[in-house]
Design a binder for this molecule. Structure first.
Ligand SMILES: Nc1ncnc2c1ncn2[C@@H]1O[C@H](COP(=O)(O)OP(=O)(O)OP(=O)(O)O)[C@@H](O)[C@H]1O
Length: 336
């Protein structure tokens, strides 16, 4: 038996659908025998800062590359600023700034020279304003003082900053940043956070992928959680944290027995320092309490606990793994 753990936050009222700056439907990418991305339906509302969260190999970079038209999907559709890819790429891409892995900077040119070369290919940048745009972008990412140095000698963090600067050369409608804080020190991480906050204030839409859940929680308005190539949760951050994201903390002297009772009832739970933590996925507090009482467990206290994004992420990904474990048990039992 498998149950979907996908969580999609629904808006409270059914007002007009938000304008989307990027939209994917049924996106799938297969490399040989590896399914990198599968059935990804992603909505990036205008003005949103959407955080793409997922462990290593969950498909964030592949999804981002497909959204930017850098990788052709095996199946599915991408719409960027209302333009279907690949046909609408020329119309959409000048309005989209991107920092993706391995930007092709020249090792023997300085940061400034590299950025000027990139700027020369920006269709939205007038030749007369090119130099100033480069200086502004360098300043914005904190690279002005090292701009004369050769790219070859840059640290990973400096390379990231230069990549970010190239995304910021002109005012964009959408900025896509793949792991922008990768290799940055805490000061650099704060700067990236400030840049994202500035973009948000200017109503520029942003897609940012990261492992740093606290960063996403601090900077994003929306979140999409990826796990093994699929989106397991998506929506506005506030709605996601409210919708089914709580746990029930149970205090009982019979916690080991209680764990067994809950497991037989297929309710996901684990012992923690605060008590028995029961995940409210596909179950409700009354159902949990009923199972415990029927199982002869002494429940001393039960209280709802709201969870942070980190908890939500761990819960979604762990729940899927736990289900897979249960499915394996089912298979063994059926086969026995
Ligand atoms: N060009 C490729 N050829 C073969 N396999 C690939 C290729 N690109 C990605 N993959 C595989 O697809 C899966 C998803 O990778 P992807 O880089 O999209 O994940 P990610 O979430 O961005 O991971 P990370 O945080 O480590 O960058 C992984 O199993 C990866 O090994």
């Amino acid at each position: 038996m498998t149950t979907s753990t996908s969580v999609r936050a629904e808006p409270a009222d059914t007002g007009p659908a938000p304008v989307l700056v990027a939209r994917t439907r049924g996106l799938r990418k297969v490399y040989g025998s590896t399914v990198a991305v599968d059935r990804v339906d992603l909505d990036v509302p205008k003005g949103a800062v959407l955080g793409m969260l997922g462990p290593n190999g969950s498909g964030k970079t592949t999804t981002i590359r497909m959204m930017l038209g850098l990788v052709r999907p095996t199946e599915g559709e991408v719409e960027l600023l209302g333009q279907p890819l690949p046909d609408g790429a020329a119309a959409a891409l000048p309005h989209v700034g991107a920092l993706v892995e391995g930007p092709g900077f020249h090792p023997f040119l300085s940061g400034r020279e590299n950025l000027r070369r990139v700027a020369a290919f920006e269709p939205l940048l007038a030749t007369g304003s090119l130099k100033q745009a480069v200086e502004d972008a360098l300043e914005r990412v904190g690279l002005a003082s090292a701009a004369h140095r050769r790219y070859r000698g840059y640290s990973l963090g400096m390379k990231q900053r230069l990549g970010l600067a190239s995304a910021l050369l002109v005012e964009r409608r959408l900025i896509v940043l793949d792991e922008p804080t990768n290799g940055l020190d805490p000061a650099g991480t704060r700067e990236v956070r400030n840049v994202i906050a500035e973009l948000k204030n200017n109503s520029t839409s942003v897609v940012v992928s990261s492992h740093l859940l606290s960063e996403i929680e601090a900077t994003c308005t929306h979140v999409a959680v990826l796990h093994r190539g699929t989106v397991v949760a998506q929506g506005s951050l506030a709605e996601l944290l409210q919708a089914e994201t709580s746990a029930l903390m149970i205090t009982t002297p019979d916690w080991l027995q209680a764990l067994n009772v809950l497991r037989s009832a297929r309710i996901s739970a684990r012992a923690s320092t605060e008590g028995l933590r029961v995940e409210l996925i596909g179950t409700t507090p009354p159902a949990v309490l009923e199972a415990l009482v029927k199982g002869g467990i002494n429940v001393w206290e039960a209280r709802r606990q709201r969870t942070g994004l980190e908890e939500l992420f761990a819960r979604l990904t762990e729940a899927e793994e736990a289900e897979e474990g249960l499915s394996a048990v089912d298979t063994i039992e059926e086969g026995a």
